[in-house]
Design a protein around this ligand. Structure first.
Ligand SMILES: Nc1ncnc2c1ncn2[C@@H]1O[C@H](COP(=O)(O)OP(=O)(O)O)[C@@H](O)[C@H]1O
Ligand SMILES: O=C(OP(=O)(O)O)[C@H](O)COP(=O)(O)O
Length: 400
């Protein structure tokens, strides 16, 4: 593990302004948080710092608002939810830099917790712009990164700040890295990876290396559609990034050369609309109608996935197999999650899963507690699996 400082190295912090990068990119529906796992996981760091009298100033992103303010991506509703989950008062400021932030920080008493508005409302965040990082740093004396799940992003609040302020890993950052090292540092083989979800363009590249590290890769969710289209299968109106077909083809070539089996859906649950109560049908993967959307992998695919789970000694999973938020498109994810949990309970499988929505899906299936380890991270966890040192983690070791 990179040699970084932790909260154990942080003394005499009463009255100090501590900027804490957390991940509050939580699943939401109709303005309500539907899975609070990421909020729960930041509790140890926040309570420790607050109880020691620090002024705890939270930096976080939500969604992908493209560098400008977007009310739909405000962190305000998450501040309310966090108050309930953490049982602490959480103050809120309408911007993460400038007067709004500075004034809110100036009003803080020792031990207070303040959440600043979405860092991604400023273009400098994702560009890791030095001036933007300096504007963030102006409100802090110390920087703590507790957002392991965003540590694969070299952004101002996840990387840049570590070079401007004395930098420390938070308790969750530390715990995630220790748990992944313990569970997957030298994984029992065969290792099966399951990758699904919707973040196709940001996750597809990392499959190129992942296929060299694992023995088999199940591809489901929106990710599968891009692979199906790349091999010439009609996917109708499904979520699909057709321009990534060359990348998908190259991944399939790399997998064949590395001896990694690629398992794509053989059937699908298809609907014309993505809404509760929409009519759906199960079709063979070659028979997806031109006006249909693949919203889940089908039952025959689940049989295949479960057979691969039976052969595996370790499974790593990021991304639901279908649009699990709406029934019946949760069926495959729930069935495979329960099968993995059952084998874990029998002592036959080490199961590690991660990602904001993946954790929500495991909670929905009622099996999150039965997995060997559940990480808050999806993309970051897969990049860690690739063997990469994540920029947010590296900066803690090389920063101030
Ligand atoms: N076939 C599909 N079509 C559209 N969306 C899908 C499909 N399968 C899964 N999804 C969506 O993927 C989202 C989760 O993806 P992602 O953010 O990559 O996962 P995680 O947060 O666990 O890393 C969920 O909201 C789910 O509805
Ligand atoms: O939710 C996140 O990642 P995940 O979907 O891979 O679990 C993180 O908050 C990173 O968000 P991003 O993928 O918009 O940079």
């Amino acid at each position: 593990m990179p040699d970084f400082k932790t909260l154990d190295d942080l003394n005499d912090i009463a009255g100090k302004r501590v900027l804490v990068r957390v991940d509050l990119n939580v699943p939401m529906k109709d303005g309500q948080v539907t899975d609070a796992t990421r909020i729960e996981r930041i509790a140890p760091t926040l309570t420790e710092l607050s109880d020691k009298g620090a002024k705890v100033i939270l930096l976080a992103h939500f969604g992908r608002p493209k560098g400008k303010p977007d009310p739909a991506a405000s962190l305000q509703p998450i501040a309310f939810a966090a108050e309930t989950t953490l049982d602490r008062r959480i103050h809120f400021a309408a911007d993460c830099i400038g007067d709004a932030a500075a004034n809110a920080v100036a009003e803080m008493a020792d031990g207070d917790i303040l959440l600043l508005e979405n860092t991604r409302f400023h273009a400098g965040e994702e560009k890791n712009d030095r001036d933007f990082a300096r504007a963030l740093a102006a409100n802090g004396d110390i920087y703590v990164n507790d957002a392991f799940s965003a540590a694969h992003r070299a952004h101002a609040s996840t990387e840049g700040l570590a070079h401007l302020l004395p930098a420390y890993a938070g308790r969750t950052m530390q715990a995630e890295l220790e748990a992944l090292e313990k569970g997957l540092g030298d994984p029992a083989r065969p290792v099966l990876a399951i990758v699904g979800g919707a973040k196709v363009s940001t996750k597809i590249d990392l499959l190129m290396n992942l296929v060299k590290k694992v023995d088999a890769l199940v591809i489901g969710g929106g990710m599968a559609n891009t692979f199906l289209a790349a091999r010439g299968t009609e996917v109708g109106k499904s979520l699909c990034e057709h321009d990534l077909a060359p990348t998908a083809k190259q991944i399939m070539i790399e997998a064949a050369e590395s001896g990694c089996a690629i398992i794509l859906p053989v059937d699908a649950v298809v609907a014309r609309e993505f809404k509760a109560g929409a009519e759906s049908e199960i079709v063979a993967i070659e028979a997806v109608p031109a006006d249909g959307m693949i919203l889940d992998v089908g039952p025959q695919s689940v049989v295949k996935i479960n057979e691969w789970l039976d052969r595996a000694d370790t499974v790593v999973w990021n991304g639901p197999l279908g649009a699990f938020e709406i029934a019946p498109f949760d069926a495959a994810t729930v069935a495979a999650a329960r099968h993995a949990a059952h084998r874990t309970g029998e002592g036959l499988l080490v199961s590690v899963a991660g990602g904001g929505d993946t954790v929500a899906a495991l909670n929905h299936a009622g099996v999150a507690d039965e997995f060997s380890y559940v990480s808050t991270a999806g993309g970051a966890f897969l990049e860690w699996m690739e063997g990469k040192v994540l920029p947010g983690v590296e900066a803690l070791a090389t920063g101030r």
